[in-house]
Design a protein around this ligand. Structure first.
Ligand code: PDD
Length: 282
């Protein structure tokens, strides 16, 4: 049985309903977070709620009434949904309007929806020797505010669906030959022991895992260069990884059908070292 939370109460998955007049349904007028939970403990929760607050601010969506209670609600939900590792989904839409109108009624009250599902163990933890991810690159079709974690993910879905139908594991978006980010992840590459990741801007989401990985690296005395990552260079990288709250860190070994020339075994790879020390700063 899956439990959810809607606005003010816990409801079973079969009971929870929202109106089609909710602006999230009509316009995709909403923002969200995905928070990993390990052994019932939310990981980097404050960072996620901080980013949710910024997404609400940027979009002018009001904070939900229960804003201050969200950590407690997540805590209770995680207990009700019995998996020890969970992926908690928090969505806030601008709310249910009386009619469909692009301009929201100022009186509209936000809708808060929270649910969770099992968070599968990162397969590279279980078997670091397994084949790396195979991704394709696509020209980034998205809008200019990818820094907002908006629920409007049609471009991401179309790209990931295309890759999946071709038997690929994911997508890396590029703009004019420069890597922006993955369709649901951030991208890192290693050249001559230098770690590079695309700088924060309105073209990418400031990933919580990205920030965590940068801290882990800094903690090991490794500087991360936040600078433009050229697509033509990434094919020649020593290591490429994607990072996200659900994927943690995963290595990429094939891009656009081209096998990367990875010389190191996983034991000497930075991605594996980072995965091993993933929880050391939390
Ligand atoms: N997405 N970039 C995009 C476009 C993303 O959708 C995500 C994560 C990330 C990584 O962000 P973080 O490290 O904070 O999870 C970057 C989540 C997992 C999702 O939509 O399911």
């Amino acid at each position: 049985m899956t439990w959810t939370y809607l606005n003010k109460e816990f409801l079973r998955r079969e009971e929870v309903k929202i109106s089609p007049f909710d602006r999230g349904f009509l316009f995709g007028d909403g923002v969200y977070e995905v928070i990993p939970v390990y052994e019932e403990k939310p990981f980097l929760l404050e960072d996620h709620l901080g980013r949710l607050g910024r997404s609400l601010n940027s979009t002018g969506i009001k904070n939900p009434q229960k804003w201050n209670d969200i950590p407690g609600i997540i805590h209770e939900l995680v207990k009700k949904n019995t998996f020890s590792n969970q992926s908690v989904y928090v969505q806030v839409t601008r709310g249910e309007d009386s009619i469909r109108n692009h301009i929201p009624d100022p009186k509209v009250q936000p809708t808060l929806f929270i649910t969770s599902s099992e968070l599968k163990v990162n397969p590279y933890r279980l078997d670091p020797e397994r084949k790396g991810l195979e991704v394709k690159t696509l020209e980034d079709p998205r809008w200019n505010r990818c820094d907002i974690k908006a629920v409007t993910l049609l471009s991401n879905i179309m790209a990931m669906n295309e890759a999946n139908l071709e038997g690929k594991d994911g997508v890396i978006f590029c703009t004019n030959g420069e890597v922006t980010e993955g369709a649901a992840s951030n991208v890192f590459a290693v050249f001559d022991n230098q770690v590079i990741t695309t700088p924060e801007s309105n073209q990418i989401l400031s990933g919580i895992t990205r920030k965590h990985v940068i801290s882990l690296l800094n903690n090991k005395g490794i500087e991360v260069q936040e600078r433009v990552l050229k697509l033509e260079d990434i094919y020649k990288a020593e290591e490429v990884w994607v990072t996200s709250s659900t994927q943690e860190i995963q290595p990429v070994t094939k891009i656009d059908g081209r096998e990367l020339d990875i010389k190191k075994s996983y034991k000497d790879s930075l991605w594996h070292e980072l995965l091993t020390s993933y929880f050391s700063l939390a």
